[in-house]
Design a protein around this ligand. Structure first.
Ligand SMILES: *Cc1c(COP(=O)(O)O)cnc(C)c1O
Length: 235
């Protein structure tokens, strides 16, 4: 079995190879290590090896790991899960980034609850690129309005867009959905919004996401191994 170090290096090798294949600079891609369901000790081990950005899906789990790893001063937490109103305070106090903003009410609460002594909270807007009804995210048509609302909030910094494409192996479909996110970003930039992040690509599809413009890949199982859900439901 590969060690955590080998698995992490393996993912970095995949990112480098994907960049070579599409003539991009690997320095443009951030690797977010998604540590949900794995213990703080695994996060610490990877942090000691040099990984700095970690992603969590559940507010309670984030705040526990945040407290346990408070001595890791260069560790940046990204909240990547769906966020309910009653969980925004915990997230506003622990996270450096929130990826899945899909309504202004959540953004407003995060803005109010972001502690004064912390830097601005970086946010990405989640776009429903597959059009599936079950998926969270705003539709491309509603995106402009949400982006405009978020840029009015002084404690948040709009950094970009995020998507979770359809669960399919069909690379043509996936590529279209990644391209749609890229086009949404281009339209917003053209309309005067400033942003630098496209959060797309996970363990199974990071190469395709990079080929289609990703600047941040969210990788869990390819680094930490298979997740075992006990009390938590798979999202
Ligand atoms: C769990 C999760 C990931 C990581 O998924 P893997 O397939 O394990 O790489 C990425 N993004 C989000 C939003 C997740 O919930």
């Amino acid at each position: 079995m590969a060690t955590l170090f080998e698995a992490w290096q393996g993912v970095q090798g995949r990112i480098d190879a994907a960049c070579t294949a599409c003539a991009r600079n690997p320095a443009e891609i951030s690797l977010l290590a998604v540590s949900k369901t794995f213990p703080a000790s695994a996060v610490r081990e990877l942090y000691m090896l040099g990984q700095r950005h970690f992603g969590e899906n559940y507010a309670q789990e984030l705040s526990q790991k945040y407290a346990e790893l408070a001595d890791c001063t260069e560790l940046h937490w990204h909240f990547i899960g769906p966020l309910q109103s009653n969980k925004t305070k915990q997230v506003a106090e622990c996270a450096d980034w929130v990826h899945a903003i899909d309504r202004s009410k959540i953004a407003e609460r995060l803005n109010q609850q972001r502690p004064e002594h912390l830097p601005l909270l970086n946010v990405c807007l989640q776009v429903n690129v597959s059009g599936e009804e079950s998926k969270s995210g705003v539709s491309p048509a509603q995106l402009f309005e949400l982006a405009a609302a978020v840029t009015q909030l002084p404690r948040l910094k709009l950094r970009g867009l995020m998507c979770i494409p359809e669960a399919t192996d069909d690379e043509v479909k996936l590529a279209k959905q990644f391209q749609l996110l890229k086009q949404c970003q281009a339209k917003l930039i053209q309309a005067g919004f400033t942003m630098d992040t496209l959060s797309m690509g996970m363990s199974a599809d990071l190469e395709l996401a990079i080929a289609n413009g990703s600047t941040l890949v969210r990788v869990g199982s390819a680094i930490f191994g298979a997740r075992h859900y006990s009390q938590q439901e798979k999202q």
